[in-house]
Design a protein around this ligand. Structure first.
Ligand SMILES: [Zn+2]
Length: 166
């Protein structure tokens, strides 16, 4: 567990984007490993079952959060556990952090220098399937209004434009 760090680089606080967020407690240089994204290792079958449940809860509660990460071909990681503080990091289409998978562990690392007090963000990278269930309010200029993987954003943008014309 990385949460035993003597002075964590982050703290949990209210976010204007979505409920809770993590914020830098000091200036963080680019490339810094900030926090481990912990959770429970589950099989792909279990992962699929949980993903459907989380999607259903998301629709009911208007909370589009899915906390499942791919670890490898056989296993995923479900980060929806009480001790995983990294799950409070919000998505941004112009993120300051990235999730890095290394030897079966997921770390949140700084993509660029982060200033003390800034909220931490990483790109959730959701597949465009069901993108309407995952609205985005990050406010970045590259934001298309939904949380979608970077390489699928142009496609979704075209879909949304075509819809407006009808
Ligand atoms: Zn966005």
């Amino acid at each position: 567990m990385s949460d035993t760090h003597p002075s964590p680089l982050y703290r949990k606080a209210h976010s204007i984007i979505h409920r809770w967020g993590l914020f830098a407690t000091q200036d963080i240089p680019k490339g810094t490993r900030i926090i481990q994204y912990t959770g429970i290792k589950i099989t792909k079958a279990e992962s699929e079952r949980r993903a459907i449940l989380q999607e259903q809860a998301a629709l009911k509660e208007g909370d589009g959060s899915v906390y499942i990460f791919e670890l490898n071909k056989r296993y995923d990681l479900d980060g929806n556990t009480p001790d995983n503080l990294a799950k409070f990091i919000n998505h941004s289409c112009a993120p300051t952090c990235e999730a890095v998978l290394e030897r079966g562990k997921i770390w949140i690392e700084a993509l660029k220098p982060i200033k003390e007090g800034d909220e931490l963000f990483f790109d959730y990278g959701y597949d465009m399937a069901n993108f309407l269930d995952h609205p985005c309010a990050c406010g970045a200029k590259e934001c298309i209004g939904y949380i979608v993987r970077k390489d699928q954003r142009a496609k979704v943008r075209r879909l949304l434009l075509a819809k407006k014309k009808i």
